[in-house]
Design a protein around this ligand. Structure first.
Ligand SMILES: [Zn+2]
Ligand SMILES: [Zn+2]
Length: 404
């Protein structure tokens, strides 16, 4: 917990200059609260982002990096989405918060298994309005001071186990995907019947002999899902602004697992499959940049914007078993993964910009971890960091921070 004594300087300044955000109706209050938007990515990989940034193919991310602090985000060992997102929510180890992976106690991980109080609850209690959409491991949704729309692990028709498949809003079963419930009709009317998570990967059987057609068809579906998701984010940010908004994309990772642009020397290389859509994976990040462009329309100079990812993704290269998708990816020929025992092989991404945050600063090594996200967000709102949280407030990203 080093650095705690420095906590209040930068944040008080930030709180003073930040105007009252337009709250979500009932949640608005005369108190001064910062507006914070977190864009989460499932598996953003710096090895792809950096070359695309150099080529000028991610202009929006480039702008945020220039105006903020960026670097690697240290993640947990053998990272996967439910595990790391639950660390984002609680700043507690997976064994302590109860969400240790996709499967917990023999069934798909769900919010009923969460044993540590999550960020959305702490913020809501602290008078901060909360909006969340498509965040992994938030199904069934929980009441918040605002809205919550679930993401990865949502169960539904054709996706009964909720594992890496994609029910539509109208097809959700076995729990509630939207809070408050009356928001469902409004979303169906204004956004349409969108897919809640990214598409299920095709099996080896489906691909055999039809690789080009099946691959391109699947990629078209992924584009459609992202298009729907962008429309959803844009709608929510415009029509339901909240003090704290957490939006997550999931298709980058899904594409990488089986369409990573690997070379003949890589494990699992098949000339039939891996020559079809070599740009499919970098294209996900080009598309992510356009989603970020939509989010940026809702960001002004008084808004804090965080872009975070739970892990990176790398081609198979070690003998360890691929656990994360082993049980539920069916027979999809997986060629890249993120659940390496050594998490520092697949760091996540951390980018932050906002009032009082350093401009154009790069973090070297691993000063910031996935445990630090919740404490830092709580502190932006002047809320106390509960004792069980393992992370710290990342004070060094602020201009006013002085090392003693
Ligand atoms: Zn993930
Ligand atoms: Zn994955």
């Amino acid at each position: 917990m080093h650095g705690r004594k420095h906590l209040f300087f930068p944040f008080l300044l930030a709180l003073c200059v930040t105007p009252v955000p337009l709250g979500a109706g009932e949640a608005s209050s005369p108190q001064t609260r910062p507006r914070v938007i977190v864009l989460g990515v499932n598996g953003a990989e710096w090895d792809f982002l950096r070359p695309l940034l150099l080529r000028g193919e991610m202009p929006n991310l480039s702008r945020v990096i220039e105006q903020g602090v960026s670097g690697k985000l240290q993640t947990v060992s053998a990272p996967n989405c439910p595990k790391v997102y639950s660390v984002f929510f609680t700043s507690t180890p997976p064994e302590q918060n109860g969400i240790t992976g996709f499967i917990v106690g023999g069934t798909t991980a769900h919010t009923g298994r969460l044993r540590a109080e999550p960020l959305w609850s702490l913020l809501s209690k602290g008078g901060v309005s909360v909006g969340m959409a498509n965040v992994p491991a938030t199904f069934p949704v929980m009441p918040v001071e605002g809205y919550m729309i679930s993401g990865m692990l949502t169960r539904g028709r054709g996706c009964e186990d909720g594992l890496l498949c994609s029910p539509k809003l109208s097809e959700v079963q076995g729990g509630t995907a939207v809070f408050p419930p009356e928001l469902v009709a409004e979303l169906l009317e204004n956004v349409g019947d969108f897919y809640i998570d990214c598409a299920r990967m095709p099996t080896a059987e489906a691909l055999a002999g039809r690789e080009p057609a099946v691959t391109l068809e699947w990629l078209a579906r992924v584009s459609k899902i992202r298009e729907q998701q962008t429309k959803l984010f844009d709608y929510l940010l415009a029509q339901h602004p909240t003090d704290f908004t957490f939006l997550v994309q999931s298709c980058e990772d899904r594409v990488g697992h089986w369409l990573y642009p690997i070379q003949p020397h890589n494990v699992g290389y098949s000339p039939k499959q891996h020559t079809i859509a070599v740009d499919a994976f970098p294209n996900q990040y080009r598309a992510l940049d356009r989603v970020l462009g939509t989010v940026l329309k809702h960001v002004d100079q008084n808004t804090f914007l965080l872009i975070i990812s739970d892990h990176g993704i790398k081609p198979l290269r070690e003998k360890e078993e691929h656990q994360a998708h082993k049980d539920h990816a069916g027979t999809t020929p997986i060629i890249a993964k993120h659940d390496f025992e050594d998490a520092d092989d697949v760091p996540g991404v951390f980018v932050a910009m906002g009032p009082g945050i350093k401009k154009g600063a790069r973090l070297m090594g691993f000063p910031i971890s996935v445990y630090d996200i919740a404490p830092t967000l709580l502190h932006l709102y002047g809320l106390p960091v509960p004792d069980q949280m393992r992370g710290r407030v990342v004070v060094e990203i602020f201009e006013d921070y002085r090392k003693d």
